[in-house]
Design a protein around this ligand. Structure first.
Ligand code: 5GP
Ligand code: ZN
Length: 114
């Protein structure tokens, strides 16, 4: 068993503000939001990062993208626009090593990011 903060959030050991849940994915509010909408969407399976994905995860990741789009519609940022991103490794700024996608919106996001 890996000691993983997001696994603990998924199984309820650590409280979170749930946004969405199904058999495959869990979504919750980021504890330190950097935009009016900042939701983290994670696979329930512990996968350390995008670098750990293989062909067997193709439908899972496709499903996760559809969940992101659904949440964007629910939060009414689908028309103004939003960003879905995953940080990978040290230079990517990844701090939690359980694959997660940031859904960011509700303000004009800068590009390129810092
Ligand atoms: P990363 O830097 O790995 O891409 O993003 C990790 C994100 O997880 C950060 O935006 C951080 O605010 C969020 N985070 C870290 N610990 C917790 C926590 O215990 N609860 C919640 N809701 N978010 C967390
Ligand atoms: Zn985990």
């Amino acid at each position: 068993m890996v000691d993983c903060i997001f696994c603990k959030i998924i199984n309820g050991e650590i409280p979170s503000s749930k946004v969405y849940e199904d058999d495959l994915v869990y979504a919750f509010e980021d504890i330190n939001p950097s935009a009016p909408v900042h939701v983290l969407i994670v696979p329930k399976e512990h996968i350390a990062s995008l670098e750990e994905l293989d062909e067997g995860h193709t439908s899972l990741i496709g499903h996760l993208h559809l969940v992101a789009s659904k949440i964007a519609k629910e939060r009414q940022i689908n028309e103004s626009g939003y960003r879905l991103l995953t940080n990978v490794g040290k230079d990517g700024g990844q701090s939690v090593f359980h694959l997660h996608y940031h859904l960011l919106g509700g303000r004009n996001l800068q590009w390129p990011p810092g």
